[in-house]
Each structure stands twice: as structure tokens, then as C-alpha cells.
Design a protein around this ligand. Sequence first.
Ligand code: SAH
Ligand code: DHB
Ligand code: MG
Length: 231
Amino acid sequence: MAEDAAQDRLQDRWNAVDRFVGELLVPEDDTLTGALAASEAAGLPAINVAPNQGKLLHLLARIQGARTALEIGTLGGYSTIWLARALPADGRLISLEYDPAHADVARANLARAGCDKVAEVRTGAALDLLPRLAAEPGAGPFDLVFIDADKANNARYVEWALRLTHPGSVIVVDNVVRGGGVTDPSSEDPAIVGTREMYRLVSEEPRLDATVVQTVGVKGWDGLLVARVVS
Ligand code: SAH
Ligand code: DHB
Ligand code: MG
């Protein structure tokens, strides 16, 4: 179809810009490239954030002065490494991952990256792990939360993020545009429904001040929500 060909040409140009930006500003070191290679070799899906998005997470954590971070959805630990490297040596990152095979790959990648002192991967469904984490003395509050797991639960994850943060914390949610699908109120896709519920929750939550930036690039057309915990 002509439309598909047009979309392919557009995607090629988005990829070219990501390559251009990446070469200048986001040189991928062997550790990060190796983490992706190990993830691919283990058969993990390539749904990690793009390098320039990983760098954005890293910079947000740095700008925020984050010492602690919580991630929901580890996969092979690619975004985890970007975040862990933004934290001080005595900082702490907890990343929650449902799939034990993903968690194993991530732990090995974090160890190879030298991030295993800072970053810990916990295995289980995030909605089971989060209440336990909240009950743990000294586990929170976290300075930054990155939400990137099953999109159907996005609203629940933001609620937990609110419980586990403090005024000034940053909350980032990945994949909040989904090729524009998020504007469809009649969608029955659980990821769209869950993400739309998350938007509503954030919009009605006085403790959060937020924006969404649409992104194009190697990950196609998507977007990131960035929120500041106000109070
Ligand atoms: N943040 C990663 C990508 C995460 S992909 C990166 O950018 O590198 C989403 C991950 O969330 C997958 O590994 C998936 O297994 C995990 N996941 C799905 N449902 C989950 C749940 N209920 N609890 C915790 N993790 C979940
Ligand atoms: C999917 C999940 C992600 O976190 C992502 O960045 C892209 C795709 C997915 O489940 O398809
Ligand atoms: Mg994602």
C-alpha cells in the first residue's frame, strides 16, 4: 500500500535523526551495547527504551539530584543501567520485574555494568511487590520512579509511585502515546484503557504536575509522561 511505503520512508527519517543525535550526544558504550546483545541472545523482546531516551532518564535523575530510584518493568536492565549510573555510589535503585527469565538477564547485565551495588532486581508482579516495598522500613521514599511495565496497570502504578515518593520527586511513565492510540476513547486495548485511566488520574491529582512529550524515532511514535510530585 502507498500509505505503508510513506510510513516506511518516515520511519527511515526518524531512524536517521536518532542515529545523528546518538552519534553526537549518546555514544553507546560497550556495557550498554553488551546488555542489549545479551538480552537479544536470551530471546528478550527489543522493547527497551532507545539510547537517547535512556539518556533522558539519566539526565532527569541527575538534574533531580536523585539518590534513590524505583523502576517498574526491568526487562534486561537497559533502562536500569542508565538510571543506576545517574545515582551516587551509595545510592539505591530497586527495579521490579514479573518474568524471572528477564530478571536473570537483567541481574547479569547489571553485574557486568558494575551497577549491582546500587541496583537490585526484585521478581514478581509489581502490584504484589509494591505493598511489600512500601511496608519495608527505609525502602522509600524514592526520588525518581520510572513506570514501564504492563500498561493496563499504569494508573495503579502511579498511585503507588505517589505513596513511595516525596515532594520534589519525579515520576516518568513510558509509552503514553502509542502511535496516537491513546486518544481513542472507544479502544478496548487494555494498554490504551489503562494508560487513559492513568492520564485521568494524573490530571485530577493535585499532588502531581505533569506533561507529556510525544516522541518519534527508532521506537516509532510514542511518548513520555513526566510528572513532579508537588506535595
Ligand atoms: N524498562 C525496560 C523495558 C521494560 S519492558 C527498558 O527500557 O529497558 C516491560 C517489562 O515489564 C517486561 O520485562 C515485562 O516482563 C515486565 N512486566 C510486565 N508485567 C509486569 C508486572 N505485572 N509486574 C512487573 N513487571 C511486569
Ligand atoms: C511495549 C512495552 C514497552 O515498554 C515499550 O517501550 C514498547 C512496547 C510492549 O509491550 O509492546
Ligand atoms: Mg517502555
